[in-house]
Design a protein around this ligand. Structure first.
Ligand code: UDP
Length: 245
């Protein structure tokens, strides 16, 4: 499957739908193609606009459209992105593939009790997957070398890093060649969801594409971060109008 891209404010997104993304990534793991997956939403795109080193991280990654804002932006600019590929859903789908293929999986990030519970739950649900290690995401810089070494020694095929964006993605990019992992992916708050600590929006909110509003209402402290959404919409539309005039 060739990797087609759509550019949203300069960030290269793959245009695969959810199932195609899972199939493509599964093929990459089976072939041993080292891949850094970033699930990017409007907030990430806005960070990349202002931060050139983070922009480089995205340029070298496999970026999937996480968030309805990205799908709309593609529509407004006549580019073929048809649906969202969210981090938590991609994590579950890749775990199902790990179950089928017996891949080694390492979980890094979130609070100690959260990652432990997430590892237990994923291990029970996907018994064919080998959870070769896990550790929380609150470590000191001096511990990093040892963590990277541990992941490399375990011959990790899937590495999920849950330390929030863009920190997790910068961390993966910094160590991608030393980690020895085949597929590395930042998954934000997914371990909190998998462990049951945080609930995702009810299905009806998800279907109405209002997950972002649910997050805002249940975690009001995020409102500042979510200001990126109207800024993103405005920037996409004004670039479109500029290119027309
Ligand atoms: N986290 C972490 N180390 C840190 C900061 C955050 O492991 O230094 C974890 C935090 O416990 C949570 C996740 O990273 O599980 C961040 O979740 P959030 O919903 O903020 O992710 P985002 O929306 O940025 O993708």
């Amino acid at each position: 499957m060739t990797k087609q891209v759509a550019h949203i404010l300069g960030v290269p997104f793959t245009t695969h739908n959810f199932d195609e993304t899972v199939a493509d990534l599964t093929g990459r793991v089976e072939r041993g193609v080292r891949t850094h997956v970033v699930t990017a939403n409007p907030e990430i795109v806005m960070i990349a606009r202002e931060n050139t080193s983070f922009r480089t991280v995205l340029d070298q990654a496999y970026v999937v459209p996480d968030g309805i804002g990205i799908v709309y932006a593609a529509k407004w600019t006549n580019q073929p992105i048809t649906e969202r590929v969210t981090g938590v859903e991609l994590l579950e789908a890749l775990m199902a593939e790990a179950d089928r293929h017996g891949w080694n999986v390492f979980l890094l990030g979130a609070a100690p009790d959260v990652v432990q519970l997430a590892a237990e739950k994923l291990g029970n649900r996907y018994p064919g997957a080998r959870i070769v290690g896990y550790r929380d995401g609150y470590f000191r810089p001096e511990d990093e070398k040892q963590i990277v070494q541990e992941i490399a020694e375990r011959q990790t095929q899937l590495l999920f890093v849950a330390m929030g964006a863009p920190k997790q993605d910068e961390w993966i990019a910094r160590y991608r060649d030393q980690l020895g992992a085949t597929l590395m992916m930042g998954v934000g708050g997914s371990f909190d969801v998998v462990s049951g600590k945080v609930k995702r929006a009810p299905l009806i909110w998800q279907k109405l594409h209002l997950e972002w509003l649910h997050r805002l209402l249940t975690m009001p402290s995020r409102w500042k971060r979510q200001l990126a959404i109207p800024r993103f919409v405005w920037t996409v539309l004004s670039e479109k109008w500029k290119s027309r005039s």
